[in-house]
Design a protein around this ligand. Structure first.
Ligand SMILES: [Zn+2]
Length: 322
């Protein structure tokens, strides 16, 4: 059975949580050619090598809330998003915005599973009044220094989050992406199907529970992992996301992707002001209103704020007047 293939089962139908990447506002165009150029070269090969050694966690990572002194949450470098678009999803013929959403989702959904396990371990700690996060480190495989089953399920969670989305080439791209990764990560297809996924999640949660020691059985009265893991899909709204602006490290400049959501100040050139002063009063009033609205969001209805072209001095955006 091809466990990576799309299934009738869709996660969206189980819980009505909006997807994080669907809520992002992409108002400007993404330079797909530039991303594919950069990621098709040395920069992409370097990132790919680290994925082959460290799995998906080479691209994004989760920092636990159990450790003080670090900002907990999911960390997502822009270079990794570019890698997913330009290398992993390079053969998918889709709008750049759709590829961007796929890229963000794939990184996010893997890490979100680590958050779910972290959350489960805190549930065990509350119920048993014993530490679980630290003893659960003993579940790590000595050869790889990670929990093999957890990485398998994190990648399975990622694959499952793509079900129900019809995009030609998506399945093969995901299959290739997962198979290039180390043991555990690459075994995700064995755990994607509904029953296998649930059983393996319970198995992993049970191992977390057992890592607490004998005391856990008494306090959890035989729950054995079932019940400490939150319902899937995980509600991402409980986990902070940190986007790292590191695109310069792989040769992309900050213009490749614009995620900005508002423009707080607009500087008008002398020429523009002269031109505007000759325009009818309603046009002038409209421009004032546009500036005010852009200071709140670039995505407002009717604003039509779009990327136009790239010049040596920077990117040019246009606002279509109505
Ligand atoms: Zn992982």
């Amino acid at each position: 059975m091809d466990a990576v293939a799309p299934s009738e089962e869709t996660l969206e139908s189980e819980v009505s949580i909006p997807h994080f990447e669907e809520l992002l506002e992409y108002r400007a165009e993404i330079d797909l050619d530039l991303i594919r150029d950069v990621m098709g070269g040395t920069a992409g090969s370097d990132i790919q090598r680290s994925v082959q050694v460290r799995g998906g966690d080479a691209l994004a990572w989760y920092v636990t809330f159990h450790v003080r002194g670090a900002q907990w949450g999911i960390y997502m470098p822009l270079s990794s998003i570019a890698f997913m678009i330009g290398r992993v999803f390079s053969s998918i013929n889709a709008a750049p915005e759709d590829l961007l959403k796929l890229a963000v989702r794939s990184l996010h959904q893997h890490e979100l599973f680590h958050f779910a396990m972290d959350y489960a371990s805190s549930q065990v700690e509350i119920l048993t009044k014993r530490p679980c996060h630290k003893p659960a480190r003993s579940l790590r495989d000595e050869r790889y220094n990670y929990i093999v089953l957890e990485e398998r399920l994190a990648n399975a969670n990622m694959i499952r989050s793509f079900w129900g989305r019809r995009l030609r080439g998506k399945t093969q791209a995901l299959r290739d992406f997962v198979s290039m990764q180390p043991p555990g990560y690459r075994d995700a297809p064995q755990s994607t199907e509904g029953t296998a996924f649930r059983q393996d999640c319970d198995l992993l949660a049970g191992r977390y529970v057992n890592s607490v020691g004998e005391h856990s059985h008494q306090a959890l009265s035989g729950l054995d992992g079932v019940g400490v893991l939150s319902k899937m899909p995980v509600d991402w709204r409980y986990c902070p996301i940190h986007v790292i602006s590191d695109e310069h490290t792989c040769g992309l400049d900050s213009r490749w992707l614009d995620l900005f959501q508002r423009i707080e100040a607009v500087a008008e050139s002398e020429r523009f002001r002269k031109y505007l002063s000759r325009m009818p009063k309603p046009v002038q009033a409209n421009w004032e209103e546009v500036k005010s609205r852009l200071s709140h969001t670039t995505a407002g209805a009717g604003l039509d704020f779009k990327f136009w072209k790239r010049t040596t001095e920077g990117s040019i955006y246009r606002k279509i007047s109505r």
